[in-house]
Design a protein around this ligand. Structure first.
Ligand code: BES
Ligand code: MN
Ligand code: MN
Length: 460
């Protein structure tokens, strides 16, 4: 163990330079003009898997972007970890708000900056380097490892569940390990046991059959932008509750024990508000901030557009208005059911003055994972060794929809071992990863693989 950990210390610079190469590939999954970069990135990942000592790596085609599979199965009788992550990244716009070019790894202060450092290239790389340390120090791992690293996570993983269902035998494992989330705070490692689900919708309103002169026609027809904002503002009541009938029907209430546990976490509303630059927080009445973030469903307008938004002024009464609206879901809400309720409600409240179209983008189910599984126990022990502190328990507001699919299709529980921090600007300009967390993550991953067989024994 000591030897391996010192190997990590000796190779810090090399790790960062290798990560630099992975970061430099602009693998934006949502933009067609990056399709060749996506492919290049999948190949890079597969080649790197072989370079770190995995026995096999294969790029699988899908109807969308490729999935990279890899395995090291040299520990018969020992548990098999299925590592999941994604090599695709979010777009970089607005690019002018970045302090350094988004695809050039830049080390400043205690962080490394670039798109994909936290979400998720930097985090999959952590495990690559842990595995490499084992292979270079004795040639073996204490567990078997399989990996699927996909290229469509940021667009809702449209082909992943089918891939998993079609390759059940290949993916047969004992548990899933995902590092695609964050710790509670800097210096405060945590174990996550819940994720919210998602239902992502779009509304299109059409008023008059063409754009109109707002002077000649204003006063005679309902401006679709106005109608849209009226609809959107009616979706929350004055207590911050969502007004869609049936929306809360399946929501699992927080237990007393969980509320008490959340209260004990080192969170401070004032500090949190200040850090976000708001004078006051907002949300559903009757729940604390952490409860609202992790265990209550929400509805957000992600974007709204229509009419004239260019330079200067243009007097126009637009024909159309649009909005993208997503809802974060909690157990036991179902994303398909919520999408239906949303559509029904919008159609019901839309005024007769406009035509309304509602469509569904992607969705995902919420999940709470058991804390007493051997995988979670091993991860807790590993975090304590890797970061020198006992981890806290927390849930998460974001979504990793495949977690539920892994359970349904493969029967596997997931260990969520995130090494990011909550303020690392994932999906935003100046995304970064804390450098100490990067190396702490590598140490933790090494410990995790080492601890797992011990916790696994007797439990299965
Ligand atoms: N890594 C995130 C998930 C995440 C976000 C975990 C925040 C922890 C904290 C993942 O890449 C992501 O962005 N997921 C999407 C959902 C997906 C269906 C597009 C999300 O949460 O918006
Ligand atoms: Mn991610
Ligand atoms: Mn993401």
């Amino acid at each position: 163990m000591e030897q391996m950990l010192s190997l990590v210390d000796q190779n810090k610079e090399r790790y960062i330079n290798e990560l630099r190469d992975l970061i430099a590939i602009p693998s934006v999954s949502s933009q067609k003009n990056h399709d060749t970069d996506i492919r290049r990135c999948a190949e890079w990942v597969a080649n790197h898997m072989i370079a770190i000592g995995m026995q096999k790596a294969q790029v699988f085609e899908t109807p969308g972007h490729p999935i990279v599979y890899s395995e090291w199965l040299g520990a018969p009788g020992k548990p098999t970890v299925l590592l999941y992550g994604h090599y695709d990244v979010q777009p970089v716009d607005p690019v002018n708000l970045w302090s350094s070019p988004p695809f050039e790894l830049s080390l400043r202060g205690e962080n490394m900056y670039a798109r994909g450092t936290a979400d998720d290239k930097g985090q999959i790389f952590i495990h690559f380097k842990a595995i490499e340390a084992y292979v270079r120090n004795g040639g073996r791992l204490p567990v078997n490892v399989k990996m699927i690293i996909e290229g469509e996570e940021e667009v809702g993983s449209p082909n992943l569940a089918t891939f998993v269902a079609d390759h059940k035998e290949l993916l047969k494992s004992d548990l899933v390990l995902i590092s695609d989330s964050s710790m509670f705070a800097k210096g405060v490692p945590s174990m996550k046991y819940g994720l919210r689900g998602l239902a992502y919708m779009e509304i299109e309103l059409t008023g008059p059959n063409r754009d109109l002169h707002s002077g000649s026609f204003g006063g005679s027809v309902h401006n679709p932008i106005q109608a849209l904002t009226e609809i959107i503002s009616s979706l929350h009541d004055k207590n911050g509750k969502i007004t869609i009938p049936g929306f809360y029907h399946d929501v699992l209430a927080l237990t007393k024990a969980e509320r008490t546990a959340f209260k004990k976490l080192p969170h401070n509303d004032k500090r949190y508000a200040k850090e976000l630059g708001v004078k006051e927080l907002y949300g559903e009445k009757g729940f604390s901030t952490l409860e609202r973030l992790w265990a209550r469903p929400t509805l957000e307008c992600n974007g709204i557009w229509g009419g004239y938004t260019g330079e200067g002024a243009k007097t126009v009464l637009p024909s159309k208005a649009f909005a993208k609206i997503s809802m974060r879901l909690v157990p036991n809400q179902s994303s398909a059911k919520i999408a239906k309720l949303f559509e029904k409600h919008i159609k019901k409240i839309a005024p007769k003055t406009v035509e309304v179209k509602v469509s569904t983008h992607h969705g995902g189910e919420p999940v709470v994972t058991p804390l007493d599984s051997p995988g979670v126990q091993a991860a807790i022990a590993a975090l304590e060794k890797g970061f020198g502190k006992k981890p806290l328990y927390q849930r998460e507001g974001g979504s990793i929809p495949i977690v539920v699919q892994f359970k349904k299709i493969l029967g596997l529980d997931t260990v969520l071992l995130g090494f990011g921090l909550p303020d690392e600007n994932a999906h935003a300009p100046d995304e970064h990863l804390n450098i100490d967390n990067f190396f702490g993550g590598i140490r933790t991953s090494i410990h995790f693989f080492n601890e797992l067989p011990r916790f696994w024994k007797g439990k299965k």
